[in-house]
Design a protein around this ligand. Structure first.
Ligand code: CA
Length: 232
């Protein structure tokens, strides 16, 4: 099952957000709508979107300020940002691009134009996303080659264990409940018992060998990947 590109819509006008969300959903994207910068920040710290549609005029932090902040943050700097602006002025467009937006679209826009621009920013960013790799301690995962190494020794992981490890490494030190892991790794539409997570965590630990202790069970809460395991 291919994962649908997750598009975060940051827009305070519900009517516009709803219209965009419906169109995205009908065209093979997974839209998530938030109405302001704080909500956007919370959503992004949970799950990194594939692209952000960012309204310029927002209550609280402006879209411009948010774009600048996300570009400066190593976690979000590679996520494409498409600014939505009601302004057609050249200086504003330039300010948006200077703040780190990949492109901008001026209201009112057609669905086709919006879709074309989203696809374009996703394509342009794709090589960087593919090349993304994570290292925690001496454990290293290279998303471009799907290779996992510990102390430079290659490890063999099944596809689900790989996805599980990738997620845990990208969100390390944080505790994830079984329900959250099911949701992020298996998707919302699959019915799987929470026990299944335990089975894959067990397999993952075995596949990791000495690094298996980095995957900790947090009693009553879930699992986390840590660079400083208690039992080591
Ligand atoms: Ca607005």
């Amino acid at each position: 099952m291919r994962k649908l590109p997750r598009i975060l819509i940051v827009e305070d006008e519900p009517a516009i957000a709803e219209l965009i969300a419906v169109n995205l959903r009908h065209n093979g994207f997974q839209p998530i709508w938030v109405a302001d910068g704080d909500m956007a920040q919370r959503e992004i710290s949970e799950v990194l979107p594939d692209a952000i549609l960012l309204d310029w005029m927002l209550p609280g932090h402006s879209g411009l300020l948010l774009a600048r902040r996300w570009r400066a943050d190593p976690r979000t700097k590679a996520v494409p940002i498409l600014m939505i602006t009601a302004r057609g002025d050249e200086p504003d467009k330039i300010a948006g691009l200077d703040a780190g937006a990949d492109d901008y679209i001026t209201k009112p826009f057609s669905t086709q134009e919006l879709l074309a621009r989203i696809r374009a920013v996703l394509r342009r960013r794709a090589p960087e996303q593919v090349a993304d790799s994570v290292a925690i301690g001496e454990l290293r995962l290279d998303a471009a080659t799907h290779r996992v190494t510990h102390r430079a020794q290659p490890l063999k992981l099944g596809p689900t264990e790989y996805k599980l490890l990738h997620f845990l490494m990208k969100h390390s030190e944080r505790v994830h409940s079984r329900g959250q892991l099911l949701d992020k790794i298996w998707g919302d539409h699959v019915y799987i018992e929470e026990r299944t997570v335990d089975v894959h965590v067990k397999r993952l630990r075995e596949a990791l060998g000495d690094a298996g202790v980095m995957v900790e069970t947090v009693r009553g809460a879930g699992y986390r990947l840590t660079s400083q395991p208690q039992s080591a």
